[in-house]
Design a protein. Structure first.
Length: 180
């Protein structure tokens, strides 16, 4: 519901892509049209229909992670609203003891649970990453600020990981960004 509200507020200025994944407690065991029906009738239900794009179910962690998520996790290895220190004190998702990790290899940059969010600028450069705990509607101010800064190109460049074999694919995207 909150994603629909954000999409309504920002219209074509905001592209939302939700990516169903079954790696977290095996909670998304349906696919395709069944996911839409589940959203409409079960969770959240009450006739809810997303006004944003819903990707095919994919993996976000491990050896079979979709390339988009490998890229996003490498570009933004930490969640901006929590970070390693806070997560050490109060683990979330699969960081909690007793929860089985359903992929290999595991990695410190792994997505920890459903509804982790990435904010990406118009040029495709990852800007910020948020934990599943971060309330989606609170992205409104961040989105508005990012859109405003992109218009004037007065935001500082995001921190891009140092060049390594794994992060080499980020460099061309960073170079293409309009304002850097």
């Amino acid at each position: 519901m909150q994603l629909n509200a954000l999409k309504a507020k920002f219209g074509d200025e905001l592209a939302v892509v939700a990516c169903p994944c079954n790696q977290f407690g095996l909670q998304e065991n349906v696919g395709g049209e069944e996911i839409y029906q589940s959203l409409k009738h079960i969770r959240p239900g009450s006739g809810y229909e997303p006004t944003f794009n819903l990707a095919k179910k994919l993996e976000v962690n491990g050896a079979n992670a979709h390339p988009l998520f490998k890229f996003l996790r490498l570009a933004l290895p930490e969640r901006s609203d929590t970070g390693p220190a806070a997560e050490a004190e109060e683990p979330i998702g699969v960081q909690k003891s007793g929860l089985k990790i359903l992929w290999t290899p595991s990695n410190p940059t792994d997505i920890v649970w459903n509804f982790e969010k990435f904010l990406v600028d118009r040029s495709g450069l990852p800007f910020k990453r948020y934990s599943p705990k971060f309330e989606t509607i609170k992205l409104e101010d961040e989105i508005a600020a990012l859109l405003k800064y992109e218009e004037g190109c007065d935001r500082p460049p995001p921190s891009v990981p140092p060049q390594t074999t794994a992060s080499a694919s980020i460099a061309p995207i960073a170079r293409r960004a309009r304002c850097y």
